[in-house]
Write a protein that binds this ligand. Structure first.
Ligand code: NAD
Length: 246
């Protein structure tokens, strides 16, 4: 099978794990990349992947040298990366009046610089083979903003601009670039939200429940499929109707 090598960053996180499982079931060879993880965390991840064709390569996506090493290791072993899911992300929530430069920069580097780093490194190979899919995991917060998240909202909104610009640059080469904006998804990232606030949030979701990592993985699978070649530069909200726009 051609064009079937997928790299998922944040690959052993909540949404990343579901994305790896789903893309592997779709027939991709999948490399999950994440920060170096403890043996226990890796074992749990590999157990969840079961018999699927999923490997792990550590890297810090906020660091260009680390990304260069990652892409070189993968491509020398497995060939051209045809699908890139930029899923690594962090929050450092605090109101702007109290935000340190470090809290701003960490969020920008992990959520947004990483998208430049990896897209820059894989897009040439995708163009050369005449096929590629880049999916950027943005957020509903990039569309609406949220108290205490000016750093995260800026990074996630920035991803949309990047997505549309790169989509235009590589569309004629068979490469699509899209973003997904999840709403509230049940992962470690949202587990920290106090129970009362969580209940309040869920009650405002029209679908009536918090999202599952698999809800996002379904959208990733769709955008990475061969049939999605005419869909580029879009932002696909996966939010249970929490924020509707056109
Ligand atoms: P998660 O915390 O479960 O997973 C994020 C993963 O990114 C973790 O495994 C973490 O180790 C990894 N990571 C952090 N810094 C990294 C770095 N420097 N280099 C490499 N990997 C790094 O969170 P999640 O909920 O699965 O989020 C996945 C993506 O979806 C993120 O980009 C997040 O911003 C976005 N998102 C999540 C939600 C939600 O409600 N959970 C909503 C909207 C958007």
């Amino acid at each position: 099978m051609t064009h079937r090598l997928a790299l998922v960053t944040g690959g052993i996180g909540g949404i990343g794990t579901a994305a790896c499982r789903r893309l592997a079931r779709d027939g991709f060879k999948v490399i999950a990349s994440d920060l170096p993880a403890s043996e226990d965390r890796l074992r749990i991840f590999m157990d969840e992947m079961n018999w699927l064709d999923v490997g792990f390569e550590p890297a810090d996506v906020s660091n260009m040298d680390s990304c260069v090493g990652l892409v070189e290791r993968i491509q020398s072993k497995h060939g051209t990366i045809s699908v890139l899911v930029n899923g690594a992300g962090i929050t450092r929530d605090v109101s702007l009046r109290k935000m340190s430069l470090d809290q701003w920069q960490q969020v920008m580097q992990v959520n947004l610089d990483s998208v430049f780093n990896l897209s820059r490194l894989v897009v040439e190979g995708m163009c050369a083979q005449g096929h590629g899919r880049i999916v950027n995991l943005s957020s509903i917060i990039g569309q609406t903003g949220a108290f205490g998240q000016s750093n995260y909202a800026a990074a996630k909104a920035g991803m949309h601009g990047f997505t549309m610009a790169l989509a235009r640059e590589v569309a004629a080469k068979g490469v699509t670039v899209n973003s997904i904006s999840p709403g509230y998804i049940d992962t470690a990232m949202t587990a920290a939200i106090p129970a009362e606030l969580r209940t309040q949030m869920v009650s405002s979701i029209p679908v009536g429940r918090i999202g599952l990592p698999e809800d996002v993985a379904n959208a990733i699978s769709f955008l990475c499929s061969e049939q999605c070649g005419y869909l580029t530069g879009i932002n696909l909200p996966v939010n249970g109707g929490l924020f509707m726009s056109f």
